[in-house]
Design a binder for this molecule. Sequence first.
Ligand code: C2E
Ligand code: MG
Ligand code: MG
Length: 337
Amino acid sequence: SRPFRLDTHDVYVTASAGISLYPDDGEDAKDLFKNADTAMYRAKQQGKDTYRFYTEEMNMEDRERLELENQLRKAIDQDYLVLYYQPRVNILTGEIIGMEALLRLEHPQLGTVLPDQFISIAEDTGLIIPIGKWVLRTVCQQHKAWSKQGLSVPQISINMSGRQFMDPNLVENINEIIEETGVAAKDLELELTETFLMENPTRTIIILGELKWIGFNISIDDFGTAYSSLAYLKRFPIDRLKIDRSFISDIPDDPDDMAITKSIIAMAKSLNLWIVAEGVETESQLSFLKAQGCQEVQGNYFSCPLNVEAATELLQKEQMTDSRGAKITGIRGDKSS
Ligand code: C2E
Ligand code: MG
Ligand code: MG
């Protein structure tokens, strides 16, 4: 574990080991090696520089992953992909000011599969590139469809994976889709995770600059989970910062999370960033965030992610006005102020 000195650099080498035991994990060398290999890959996946003993479940998980990968390859053609929409709400007025598009795999046999289970497979296999294009195109088409129905469409946010930023044609592809569908970039927002931004800051700043120039809004997702360099944070052309759900979920019981949330909000304000809290589930979380000056909230307290039909109904209901043109209800049925 001691580093090697190569020229002016310290180089670290780590070792990962997989272990299989005779006779439980295999009757011959071939099976034992194969299973030890599976265990070694698991050790690497789970952070490297460690060891894992082989278990029967590892093979099952690998088979499930392979099955999911196969289904993912067919997903676009077979219409297995679906977008749900979760409202983003102005904390002071209760108005819906945006919707986040969240991807689901709806499969006749596998049922509904959530993105945490398949996005990493899509990234590893490169499938995230066509899937990402599908997401953007579908969001644009939905935007058009809602406008056609006479609804005023709130800004729609799209999650982007870091892998998409490795695609040299990213900006060109995005441009093509928005031109083809005729949706203005300013009506869309691209969300990138803090982890990705901080891993590849210099290259990302350039691409984000181009996207910003086209007119997109940019936000940092899951903020607080990586180690942000404040120097970079200032240089990124970003509009909004989304505080990760893990800090919100234990408010008001965890004083540390409350202190962190409070300081993220204060920092964002001093950098002139719009601040959003994710995963708001309770009244007390909402009032704490309001007191700290958080501007926008998203979470099951207001609405869980909705399929197109339910999202349409919500927008229609929210945009109903009385005879004097005043809004009738806010998202939780309160009279909005
Ligand atoms: P995210 O962008 O941070 O999205 C927020 C996640 O929190 C969503 O999970 C949402 O359903 C969930 N959530 C929202 N409010 C609450 C709440 O009050 N309580 C709880 N417990 N959960 C809440 P979901 O839909 O499973 O998505 C997970 C992640 O998958 C997303 O995290 C995003 O990083 C990724 N993802 C989703 N759609 C896409 C996509 O189209 N492309 C890419 N690249 N990634 C996507
Ligand atoms: Mg997001
Ligand atoms: Mg998030």
